[in-house]
Write a protein that binds this ligand. Structure first.
Ligand code: DC
Length: 230
């Protein structure tokens, strides 16, 4: 059976990665977290002092160094999930900190960063059989994806989920700071000039504010089955 391309876009912290991962596992597809790629670029800029705490990027230097920024994924045999690598080093934990979250939208807004990551994402999806989540997957990376979802939930519910996730990782988050961060990221992501976050015309909308993970998994699986039966 032909394997299709599935794009999952939406707001920050609405559980896109979890649902994309679960769906991919269930249907035997590859899962790619495109946000992790922008986070890895941000970490590179931080490590090389090319970004300041207020989000100002030394764009000319970062652009010149982009060919040396190698982002890849490798399956972690223990977790069974792909880990993100930056120039051969596993950065899976380092890219999930609040420091990176606070700066990533500034780096992700740079056209040369988006060009490089979009190219890489398109190569990863060339053969189909992929579930990719992000902000512009159904609109810019795979505009011809056979199945597209646009996911959202209320700000407070998303902030609570992110807060719980950070706490579970042993971090000490502040709820208001988490809420501020996700609102700011959504604003920057939705208003940037290049490939902003927006709902593709042919995307199915999922507001999961009041859905359990199981209900959500069922719903996605149903939509997938309907799509491949066509
Ligand atoms: O999904 P995430 O929160 O890990 O994504 C991190 C940031 O990367 C997010 O603020 C917006 C950006 N991003 C993007 O611009 N385009 C994508 N396809 C994925 C993420």
């Amino acid at each position: 059976m032909k394997k299709i391309t599935i794009a999952i876009d939406g707001h920050s912290s609405c559980g896109k990665s979890t649902m994309a991962k679960d769906l991919a596992r269930e249907i035997g597809y590859i899962y790619v977290d495109s946000g992790a790629m922008y986070r890895a670029c941000t970490l590179y800029a931080m490590q090389h002092e090319l970004i300041s705490a207020d989000g100002t990027v030394r764009t000319a230097e970062l652009e010149a160094q982009m060919p040396q920024v190698e982002v890849s994924f490798s399956l972690n045999p223990t977790s069974g999930q792909p880990d993100t690598y930056l120039n051969g080093e596993c950065v899976e934990a380092a890219i999930r900190t609040m420091e990176v979250s606070n700066l990533v939208s500034h780096v992700a807004a740079l056209p040369f960063v988006r060009e490089a990551m979009t190219r890489l994402q398109q190569q990863m999806g060339e053969a189909g059989g992929i579930v990719m989540d992000g902000r512009d997957i159904g609109t810019a990376v795979f505009p011809h994806a056979e199945l597209k979802f646009f996911v959202t939930a209320s700000d407070e519910i998303r902030a609570q989920r992110r807060f719980d996730e950070l706490k579970a990782k042993g971090q000490q988050p502040d709820f208001d700071a988490v809420l501020r961060n996700l609102r700011e990221r959504d604003h920057i992501d939705s208003t940037r000039a290049v490939n902003p976050l927006r709902q593709a015309d042919d995307a199915l909308v999922l507001d999961n504010s009041h859905m359990t993970k199981d209900e959500q998994r069922e719903w996605l699986l149903e939509r997938f089955k309907e799509r491949i039966a066509r």
